[in-house]
Structure formats: C-alpha cells, structure tokens
Design a binder for this molecule. Structure first.
Ligand code: FAD
Length: 338
C-alpha cells in the first residue's frame, strides 16, 4: 500500500485528494492534513464565479485545459440531482470595462458568449464603459461544496488529520508521496518566496432579487455576484498586502462602486464583511519535485498559487496533480523503496 498525504483542505487540496482516490483506488491510502477546514478556507469567502482571473504569466494553454475541465465538471454537477446542496448555480453574467480588451480565450467554454452593443453596455454599467461581454456560466459556492468533497473523501476511506505542518521532515517517515496544496502558505512550507498575497475584501448582503452577475473589469471596478443565500459585493486586489482586517476605506469603495452599478443596493442589509488572501504567484505551480529530507529522497507534488481562480481551475489541476502522482508511483525512486 502506498501512503500519500495531501497538505491542504481548501478547494485545491480537497479536490486533489478526491481525484487521487478515484484514480488509484485501493492501491493507495490517502491522508488529508490541514489546520483549516471549511468554513475557514479562502474559497469559503470567495463568490466562486467561474472565470480565469489574476493568474500572472500562467501559460494560456494550461489555463484553457484546467479551466475547461473544471467547467465540464461543474456542468456535470449542475446536471446532477444534488446541484443545490453542492452549491452549484448556472447564472447570466455581464462583464464591462473602460478599456477595450481582446476577447477572452475562454469565450467558447462558457455558454452563449456575445459582445454587448454600446447601447446595452450603457444600460447595464456606469458612464465611461467601452466594452461589454455577456455569457452564462457556473458559480461553485465552496461553503456548500467543500463539506460535500470532505464527505466523499471520508466515504472513500480517506483519513483526515487536523495538524499544522512546519516542514516535510514531519511527514517523510509516514508517507511515500506528499502533495502540497497549501495555498498562500506554500511561501513558508515549500520555501517559495515568489508566493505573495493578492488581498481581497468583500461584503455579503441580502438582495435575493439580484439574479445576474455584473462585473466591472476596469482596474478600479466593482462586482456584484449572487450566491444562494447572499450577494457578494466586491472587491479589492491589493498586491502583497497580508492584512486580514477590514479596511473602512475598502468598505466605502465597495458600497459606493456597487451602488453605482445597482442603485437599489443602497438599502440592503449587510450580512458580513470578509477579507481573504488570494494565493498569488508569477504562475500557478503544478509540478513534481524530489526533495532530500533526513537523508532520504521524497516526492513532493506541488499544486498551489491559483491566484483569483482557484474555483475556476480546481478540477483540471486536481486531475493533473493525480497524473503526477501516477508518474511518481511508477518511478524507479519509489519502486526502490517498496
Ligand atoms: C475575495 C476573493 C474572491 C475570490 N473569488 C473567486 C471567484 O469568484 N472565483 C475563483 O475561481 N476564485 C476566486 N477566489 C480565489 C480562490 O478563492 C482561491 O484561489 C482558492 O480558494 C485557493 O484555494 P487553496 O485550496 O489553494 O487555498 P486555501 O483555501 O487557502 O487552503 C489552504 C489549505 O492549506 C492548509 N495549510 C496551508 N499550510 C499549512 C500548513 N503548514 N499546515 C497545515 N495546513 C496548511 C490550510 O489549513 C488550508 O486548509 C477569490 C479569492 C478571494 C480572496
């Protein structure tokens, strides 16, 4: 039996752990180790809208493969009997911009993509907007979806350990392969100094009459994204800012900007404000490394640095991480240890 541990119980770690179980079945024993679980992971506060965002120089082809696989997976969940319980919605989106950008590479992944005529952009948005695109895509609410994934993981004989890992040395005596899904904290755990936060502050309000996403892609833009029990108003993306306290000036920016997009938001009850740190990196890290720990070689598969797109890429990345586990399983290195 091969012992694998996955560090991280966010959307990336949990999905990776489940895909490894699905792919290798009883040949492996998978343990999930984390010190934070839902509802306290980054994805729990995110709106969960599908759409590649803040991914640095991650190769376009990789983004296409991972995001399409995730879109297909969300489609299969949406068509299941459990879509509501799992937090999956299908929703119309209007994305507007003061700049005219090239059309996104993912335009054929979503449904009914079209460019909005000027007249329509002015109706939906605020003055000064020059571009608008409209399409239908999925939202995956992690606060509903992660408990489901954890349940699946346990059902497939997965072990769950609540623990903080300081270094790989803590794991090498027990596990043959380590899968690193530590998000922003890969900066310390994997010693990767290129990992840095993109701070995001948002607000959740009660406004069940909002049934579409309105997202202003301009640099100083705001967004309004409906979830099932709240509407997420956003948002900020402050590079390198680790502060998880609410900034009153961000609250004001969010309220004023979103009310400019949807004036009726002026009178809605606020449920809560939240700050999360997107795991920023020059590009997503999804690779296999052999590290020497305690005079022993151990395979570490890294899957972190998903920036503002963890919920957009998770399934595609989980599948690729599971393929890397397969490579490690068949490598001479591991065979010599068996
Ligand atoms: C405001 C905001 C809005 C967003 N909106 C969207 C959106 O609409 N669509 C989208 O696709 N993405 C969105 N994102 C981005 C998305 O939320 C993240 O990319 C994603 O949640 C990252 O998931 P993760 O599993 O890598 O990290 P995390 O959720 O942070 O999980 C990390 C896990 O690793 C564990 N861990 C780390 N280090 C250790 C250690 N040393 N020992 C033990 N455990 C450890 C933690 O306990 C945790 O379980 C948004 C993010 C923010 C902040």
């Amino acid at each position: 039996m091969i012992n694998i541990c996955v560090v991280g119980a966010g959307i990336i770690g949990l999905s990776t752990a489940v895909v490894i179980q699905q792919k290798y079945g009883s040949a492996v024993s998978v343990t999930l180790i984390a010190d934070k679980f839902s509802p306290n992971t980054t994805g729990d506060g995110a709106a969960g809208l599908w759409g590649p965002y803040l991914l640095g120089d991650t190769p376009h082809e990789k983004i296409r493969i991972w995001s399409e696989a995730t879109h297909d997976f969300l489609e299969s969940l949406w068509k299941s009997e459990d879509a509501g319980r799992l937090g999956i919605s299908l929703i119309p989106c209007y994305r507007v911009n003061v700049e005219v950008e090239p059309l996104p590479a993912w335009k054929n992944t979503v449904y009914g993509f079209r460019e909005m005529p000027d007249k329509e952009i002015q109706k939906i948005g605020r003055p000064g907007l020059r571009q608008g695109i409209s399409f239908v895509t999925y939202i995956c609410e992690c606060s509903k979806f992660l408990p489901y994934l954890l349940e699946e993981f346990r059902k497939n004989r997965g072990n769950v350990v609540e623990q903080t890992i300081k270094n790989w040395a803590q794991l090498v005596d027990t596990y043959d392969i380590i899968v690193d899904c530590s998000g922003i904290r890969a900066r310390d755990l994997a010693g990767d100094r290129s990992v840095a936060p993109k701070r995001g502050q948002v607000m959740r309000v009660t406004a069940p009459w909002i049934k579409a996403v309105i997202l202003d892609d301009s640099d100083d833009g705001n967004y309004v994204i409906p979830n099932m029990d709240s509407v997420v108003l956003g948002g900020t993306h402050q590079e390198g800012d680790w502060n998880m306290n609410i900034y009153p000036e961000d609250t004001q920016f969010i309220l004023e900007g979103c009310q400019r997009l949807v004036p009726a938001l002026k009178h809605v009850p606020v449920q809560r404000e939240w700050v999360g740190l997107r795991p920023g990196r020059p590009s997503v890290r999804l690779d296999r490394e052999v590290v020497r720990v305690k005079n022993r070689k151990v395979t570490v598969i890294h899957n972190y640095g998903h920036g503002g797109s963890g919920v957009t890429l998770f399934w595609g990345c989980a599948k690729e991480a599971a393929d890397l586990v397969g490579e490690a399983l068949s490598s001479k290195l591991l065979k010599s240890r068996l």
